[in-house]
Design a protein around this ligand. Sequence first.
Ligand code: FAD
Length: 417
Amino acid sequence: MGSKKEGRSITVEPFPAASLGDWRYKIRQNEFYDHFEEVMEGQEHNPSLGMVSSGKRTMGVSVGLQGPLRGVETVALRLWRERLGAQAVDALIKKDEEEFVAGAAYIAYMLQAMIQRGIEVRMQTRAVRLVAEDGRVVGVVVSHQGKEERIRANRGIMLGGGLGDSWRLATGVGGEVYSKIRLPSLTGFDVTEAPGITSNRGRNYEMRARHSMMVNRNGERFASEEAYQGATALLDFDALGEHRFKNLPSYYIFDTNLIEKYSFAGRPPGATEGLDWLAQGSTITELAQNLNIPAAQLEATVANFNEHARAGTGDPDHHRTAHTMGPLEKAPFYGVMAHKEAPDTDPLKGYTCVVTDTNGQVVHYNTKEPIPGLYATTQLQEHQGVLGVGYQAGLHTAQGHAFSLLAAEHAAEKKLV
Ligand SMILES: Cc1cc2nc3c(=O)[nH]c(=O)nc-3n(C[C@H](O)[C@H](O)[C@H](O)COP(=O)(O)OP(=O)(O)OC[C@H]3O[C@@H](n4cnc5c(N)ncnc54)[C@H](O)[C@@H]3O)c2cc1C
């Protein structure tokens, strides 16, 4: 396939949940409500939301993420029931549950592959320490409901514990670790959350809808809202002026067109009830005053954006594609301060990875030589800053695919594909 300057996004086909049998209930549903597209016919499709759905359904009006309709009694859920009737809403949610999409589908395919190969999956089981003999890792001690068990590993152990504390397993046998400080927004986006929604499941897809933009505290745009540049731009530091991050906090600004055409915060299009958590203004200046950002600059930013949106020629400032842009022109105008993707994490908290070589083998902190029988992958693995700088689409997932295969081939002592 070759590489592309802007990277490649990989999506998965929707996965039929029933084909997993009872294992389907072990997979966490995500909160995209694909099937609601069916009842929004006639509604303008939001071109920037195509990535939300996977495979066969793209370009639809997306419902969900910031307005979960499953399990929580939200304003959005009530509004949908009023619009369609409770039965119809329940039927659509049930239909969605029959199919995993996006990350849930990705995990479902992985699990299915394991089940087909007869690989045992253990739930509620924690790896507590590694077992080494003569410098080689030969097993792991796991704990299940307070009972410890030792499992022998003839080929090796692959650690994949993510960003928790599973790196400690590696240090127990001399594995080298590498700690990073998690700067504000290092890998995250700014998000907004509707009140009552305590989930923290990623970026608002509204943020790349037409008739909306992100601005910084000076009322200036700082990145294309449709892609990942925004996350990296949040790191821009003003070293000579105010000596602080230039684009923090950031604000999401939009107009009534967006509310009318798309699903905002999980609501049916056109629903304006329960939006008093947003700052509003009958003009852009009034909105800026309510958000406490410079009004003249915000007026100028919106005027410039609108000019390019109306001309349909794209965005010379930040290269947002033309078909995802729509002017902010219909009052009332809305805005909200965004906050970090993970508001509950300490912004300066470090996270620790395990250092490996190109085979995914964990190296010893002292000798820098690989520790026989021990591998690490995906988010837990650090291999010479393979991710580079800024936000890389998918972050560790693609890295995990590549290095897991290399590690498995190394452990098996043969090419597997
Ligand atoms: C909101 C959000 C959106 C994202 N969107 C995307 C996207 O669109 N595309 C993409 O490619 N990536 C995305 N990512 C990133 C992607 O989810 C991660 O890179 C990936 O899940 C990391 O995989 P992992 O296996 O290293 O860790 P995890 O997925 O965190 O899995 C680690 C597992 O190990 C278990 N574990 C930890 N310690 C132990 C132990 N001692 N014993 C046993 N088990 C243990 C944990 O319980 C967990 O189940 C997103 C991440 C977030 C948070």
